[in-house]
Unconditional design. Sequence first.
Length: 489
Amino acid sequence: MNAEAKLLSVAQGREDFHRGFLALQEEHAYEVKQFRGVIPLDLEGTLFRNGPGSMNAGSEAYGHWFDGPGMVSAITFQSGKVHFRNRYVRTPKFVSDQRQGHITQRGFGTQIKGGPLRNLFRPISNPANTGVSWHGGKLCAFYEGGQPFRLCPSTLETLGPELYDGLLNSRKTLSAHGKIHSRTGRQINFGVNLAGIGLSGIRCALDVHDLPSRGGPVRSCRVPLPYFPFIHDFALSENYGLFLVSSIRFGLSGPLMGLRTLSESMSFDGNKPVRGLLIDLRTMSLAKEFELPPALVVHFGNAFERDQEFIVDFFQSDNSEGFDWLCDVFNVEQVTGAGLVRLRLNTKTGRALLSPHHNGLIGEFPAWNPRQTGKRTDRCYFVAHSQPDNKGFFNTVVCLDTETGNIKSGNVGEHCHTSEALFAPRRGASDPHSGYLLAVVYNALHHRSEIQIRDAENPAIEVGAAVLNHHVPFGFHGHFTTDLFGAIH
Ligand SMILES: [Fe+2]
């Protein structure tokens, strides 16, 4: 029995959502013909999604959800019709694993078979599986430990590594959470990079970049860090980028010596405060440093400035359970989310106030209207568990009014589970709240996925759904653009 058959057998004996991690090996391109409700005429554009398309290479299973090869989907909405396309990113890792039929490169939580010597000093390979972004005429698939891969937006064909005119190289990487400044159209992104070896060990740096949409110079700054930090995402306002270094410690000697994976070397330290770094994007310099109580912070909602305050909502937890299940997705009982909190940071004094949103929801994947990025906003969309048991995978799409605390939510259906839901504005709408939440939902009963289109102001209302001919494995992040790719005739 090969690894895929083993995974299928394991998944079929477990909770229904486990089958949502199974591979989609085929690459499709077709006009969707099965619908529920209507596809609204004022929904026009392309939803790109990225995530691991498979959890095995031939006969071997990857040891962590983060190590499956990136598969990008493009779902195009035009004139009430829907087109679907998916294609694996042809990274060197993907090509090598496919050609040889087993795991040939090391991952974040995956060792090459054969013991420590086979893994000694081997870097983590890049599956390009975490995010996808359309910016400056380039569609790129991202992974935070490597360089982006550029794709053709119409065919999803892999064009090669994107180095941004020499900004990146094998030692300088870019995160999967770049954000497009809504006023300037520039992409603000960052990389965590090794900066050398000192007396106390490895030195690292946070490199922040301001990338133009079309031509022009890249503006960058570097913040030295005396340790290897966990920084996955950041928050962007009109003038600032906020970075929070979580209370995570990495023991790097084991991974370097090939003894264990980087995933196995990370641990939550309840005595290590979160370190806050506020970057002033006008001067590209560190404006403020501050501390918050120990926490694991993964994803941020939209940020904005009000008077002297930088305000942002983000998900945080006081342990690393949110990471522990990722190395065993076919056995997890509960996909762990986190609680949403609000940070108000005085940009002049550096005083930080943290307060929870008291809604009792355990969720993740915050989203907002991308036209509002960095601007004042009072909506945070996310996915969550239906209460009270919080078991299984996320199954609820939520709209939170962050000013009033009012919640409206919709369950995606029985035996159905959803990854990140993204906001798509109604064509021509000036109201920033007017739009849809697009969720790629896995229906375990039929082992198929559908694109649910929900009213952003009240996700309980499903406007319509495009039912695919197959399933799409659970993914990480996506990008909606009003530009149209994928032919619909
Ligand atoms: Fe992420």
